[in-house]
Write a protein of this length. Sequence first.
Length: 411
Amino acid sequence: MSQIDPMKKRLTRITCAEHVTPFLKQEVEALGYEIQEEDHVAVHIGANLEDCMRLNLHLRTAHHTLWLLTRFRCPSLDALAIQASAFPWEDLIDNDSYFTITSNIEHSSVDNSMYPNLLLKDMIVDRIKDKTGARPDTGPDRSCVVIHLVWKNDRAWIYLNTNGVRLSDRGYRKMPHDAPMRETLAAAVLMGMGYDGTTSLLNPMCGSGTLAIEAALMAAGRAPGLLRNNASCLHTALDIDDLYMGMRQEAKKSNPPGVAKPIIATDIDPRAIEASRKNAMTAGVEHLIDFECCDFAESYVPDEPGHVIFNPEYGLRLGETDELKAEYARIGDFFKTDCKGWTGHVFTGSRGLSHEIGLKTSARHVFYNAQIECRLLSYKLYDGSRKGMSQPSQTDDQSTGESAIEDPTVG
């Protein structure tokens, strides 16, 4: 009889980008779970594997859902070996299967983080071979069983990464176009804007369409994980496959029939529109998004106000900043002349270029897009004259309530 009960509640760590925790917490609580603790890159709850699979289907801003297998005091590599070899790995990993090890290591005795990974791998395969007479294969592939080690100071935690491949890999982006935004970052940006699917959304300069597609998934109430038909926990020796398939069917049936508020995505590059349309088709939301190939200033703006979000170029290469100043000024003009009554947003990695918009921000958040520090700048576009509307945006020193949102990996 297996010593590992998949229905047992265990401490579960749900990771996200740095300081996306408030958004993740909001999502987890909306699904009915109580947050036990949180930090700048994760929330912790009590969950069984059924809970983990449900979270992996529905969470939009999470990276990984880590189900705790064991934790122990770990002052040395010897202690890691002893504790790891005592765990009943034969009940979790079949001897004819495949697994990989990932880790986060912060310990003074470890110069090369790959060595604890190798040591843990050896302890697992030795234990399984000793108990069953055969050993599983190992390697870097995260599409099968993924064991995650966290070793910090004199404490260690070993988790089952229940999803394996990062949850941001939704599976719909078959044509990424240029510099696509990660799906979880797009979801966090939309939540930072205050978008919840109940208002119109206009996304000029849509690129590969990630923002519009994530908005459509949110507006339709569609689980973002439905396009993934694989998960690390399904490759374990635990009998949970039928449970997972039933959960997916339930999530499919819960989708509302459609979205009343328009979602519009435009781009001047026909290749971007082609990529966006095909990605939306893969995601199953093409019918919820109106695509148009045009200059952003010619985008159709619905009468009923909503959110308009730009993700323009940042001008990172030498000489590009001057070329883009006029483009950012045009965005400001578009806001002022075509989007009165709306809430405007610009996601940019250039503080200097953002000043060319010529409007005073109503809110701002700091994000990291890969390694690039970016800002989501929001503007209340009042219908009619408003004192301060044409003032230059505040400098970063004047801003308040900023949150830093980063996109690190686990393992």
